[in-house]
Design a protein around this ligand. Structure first.
Ligand code: NAD
Ligand code: IPM
Ligand code: MN
Length: 363
């Protein structure tokens, strides 16, 4: 299979984890005779430094012509001053918006070898298998006005706005996904306060008529954030507004033991997608070969599955991650008492060895 993949490294640990992703894809293409063509584009702080724009047109063109996009992470202290009007994060928000990637899938599983790495108790997390579907191109991130006003710029405004269509399409996607899983959908909102949430609830109830086999519940976001660490195994699919989904997914990452473990897929209806780990550019560990590459590598597996339909290849990556963790190898972000701590590149080498072994025994 021939596929063009846009590679956006970004900032901080972005390039470090991306190197792992590309090497894993090369191993997969060697095993299965695929032709993956990698083309790099600038985004984030690196793009600001190079051309003053966090998402240059050349990058957007490249992404529009690609079959899928892989992204590391953007941002960092260099571009962080609150007075900066051009920020790395704007590049990320714009690419999501321009490409119409409205559904952000963030799966969260408890990995048995990491059960004791979590700050949560074994019995609370051991059966967790949930999926957060975060609306990604609307809500509080994109509402207008969003600005500073007043003579002394002493008034700041952000706006939470949704139209019915924006809610319908992401809710419909979440129902479809729930139907293929354990058939339970939890819609998370703040309908006791926000008008947009009350409309969100109406839409969920209306769309649910098309999915009588899926059990639906509504949960307020404050309570949901509590339930997520109280009894996380109760959740199957969670669907929610952009900012709520951002916050809840970082919280949920602690079920795995590290934010570095979580992958994500940002999709539109035709399944062209952007794949990136949930974590950020981790400036505190950047450039030290310490970053956990597994969130990025598991994002590659999501790309193979969702955008290219390569289930077998995706499964081999996921099995290799499990095998390497079971063998006791982990990066320093995971608080594992036994086993061997490895660097980013050593972890990638282990995953590639496991992919090759898997193929040698099955092929
Ligand atoms: P962060 O996710 O970068 O880091 C939070 C903590 O988790 C840090 O201690 C970090 O070392 C650790 N961590 C994150 N990923 C890790 C990994 N793969 N391996 C090991 N440890 C990991 O969040 P932050 O520090 O709040 O933000 C830093 C910058 O990243 C900011 O500029 C922010 O805007 C940006 N950011 C970007 C994205 C993205 O590009 N998708 C996502 C979140 C944050
Ligand atoms: C994420 C990040 C981004 C977001 C930032 C960097 C704009 O936190 O992908 O989760 O809030 O969407
Ligand atoms: Mn986030």
């Amino acid at each position: 299979m021939k596929k063009r993949i846009a590679i956006l490294l970004g900032d901080g640990i972005g390039p470090e984890v991306m190197q792992g992703a590309v090497r894993v894809l090369q191993a997969i293409s060697d095993c299965f005779q695929h032709d993956f063509i990698f083309e790099q584009g600038l985004i984030g702080g690196a793009a600001i430094d190079e051309c003053g724009n966090p998402l240059p047109d050349t990058t957007l063109d490249l992404c529009s012509k690609s079959d899928a996009i892989l992204l590391g992470a953007v941002g960092g202290p260099k571009w962080d001053s609150t007075t900066h009007t051009i920020r790395p994060e704007q590049g990320l928000l714009r690419i999501r918006k321009e490409l119409g990637l409205f559904a952000n899938l963030r799966p969260v599983n408890a990995y048995q070898p990491l059960i004791h790495a979590s700050t949560l108790k074994k019995e609370v997390i051991e059966h967790v298998d949930l999926l957060i579907v975060r609306e990604l191109t609307g809500g509080l991130y994109f509402g207008k006005p969003s600005e500073r006003r007043g003579v002394n710029k002493d008034l700041a405004i952000d706006t939470l706005v949704y139209n019915v269509k924006e809610i319908e399409r992401v809710v419909d996607k979440a129902f479809q996904l729930a139907r293929k899983r354990r058939k339970k959908l939890t819609s998370v909102d703040k309908a006791n306060v926000l008008e947009s949430s009350r409309m969100w609830r109406e839409v969920v109830n209306r769309v649910s008529a098309n999915y009588p086999d899926v059990q639906v519940e509504h949960m307020l976001v404050d309570s949901a954030s509590m339930q997520l660490i109280y009894r996380p195994e109760q959740f199957d699919v969670i669907v929610t507004e952009n900012l709520f989904g951002d916050i809840l997914s970082d919280e949920a990452s602690m079920i795995t033991g590290s934010l570095g473990m979580l992958p994500s897929a940002s999709l539109r209806s035709d399944m062209v997608g952007l794949y990136e780990p949930v974590h950020g550019s981790a400036p505190d560990i950047a450039g030290k070969n310490l970053a956990n590459p597994l969130g990025m590598i598991l994002s590659v597996a999501l790309m193979l599955k969702f955008s290219f339909g390569l289930e077998k290849e995706a499964n081999i990556i996921e099995e290799s991650v499990m095998k390497v963790l079971t063998d006791g190898f982990h990066t320093g972000d995971l608080n594992v008492q036994q086993g061997t701590q490895v660097s980013t590149t050593e972890m990638v080498n282990k995953i590639i060895d496991s992919i090759n072994e898997n193929q040698a025994t099955s092929g």
